[in-house]
Design a protein around this ligand. Structure first.
Ligand SMILES: [Zn+2]
Length: 236
């Protein structure tokens, strides 16, 4: 029975290692969280910069329309000058033209300033796009790393399962069944074999009866914890 107990201990360790490995594999994707969040921020920054740049361009365009309208008005008034019937009317038209020219001069200034703003916003948008490209590259690199890790761990897992199958095949079927049944009943921890430490079960922390401890020391039979029903083994 000592041999069986040793086998079950090894089986339990292997099963624990398989569960831990599976968890490591499942958690790999969370390694990408940081890079994904960074890309998200970079994409939002590009969208925001794009909007600001478009707005600046729209402002420039509005001024250009205003300027074109003022210039059309000046041309119209220029045409009227030749048809003026009096000096007074001529003077009034000239005054109007002078006023509109002053206004269009101001509009031209605004257009120039607005074009500077557009250039600045374009630079900001370009910088945001560069940062987004870098964030995308960082995510791809992280994904590549995770994929390589996943493959490595998956190979390890296959090897562990093979070792597990070999271990299980060597156990007396009836005892293996007992082990599997207890493990199935403790789905959360997956623990079927627990150590006894200072006469306490390490599975449930309850005291072990003296006669059970004696049985364990003799090592002739499998002893179950009377509280948690797990297979007890003496701590080495
Ligand atoms: Zn117990």
């Amino acid at each position: 029975m000592r041999e069986t107990l040793q086998q079950l201990i090894r089986l339990q360790r292997t099963d624990d290692a398989i569960v831990a490995m599976q968890r490591r594999i499942d958690e790999l994707d969370s390694h990408l969280d940081g890079a994904k969040a960074a890309l998200d921020v970079a994409q939002q920054a590009v969208a925001a910069a794009h909007g600001v740049r478009q707005e600046a361009q729209a402002t420039t365009h509005r001024y250009e329309i205003e300027l074109a309208e003022a210039e059309a008005e000046i041309r119209k008034l220029d045409g009227q000058l030749g048809k003026a019937s009096s000096n007074k009317e001529y003077g009034a038209i000239q005054l109007k033209i002078g006023h509109i020219k002053a206004v269009s001069g101001k509009i031209e200034e605004r257009i120039l300033m607005s074009m500077d703003v557009v250039e600045e916003k374009e630079r900001i948008e370009e910088a945001a796009k560069t940062a987004q490209g870098e964030a995308e590259a960082a995510l791809r690199a992280a994904e590549g790393k995770v994929e390589a890790q996943r493959q490595g761990l998956a190979e390890e897992l296959v090897a562990m399962r093979t070792a597990r199958d070999e271990l299980a095949a060597a156990v007396i079927p009836e005892k293996l069944k007992l082990y599997e049944r207890i493990r199935g009943g403790n789905r959360k921890s997956g623990t079927a074999v627990v150590a006894v430490h200072g006469e306490y079960c390490q599975g449930c922390q309850m005291a072990i009866r003296p006669q059970d401890v004696t049985e364990l020391v003799k090592g002739d039979a499998i002893v179950l914890c009377r509280t948690c029903q797990r297979i007890l083994v003496l701590e080495e």
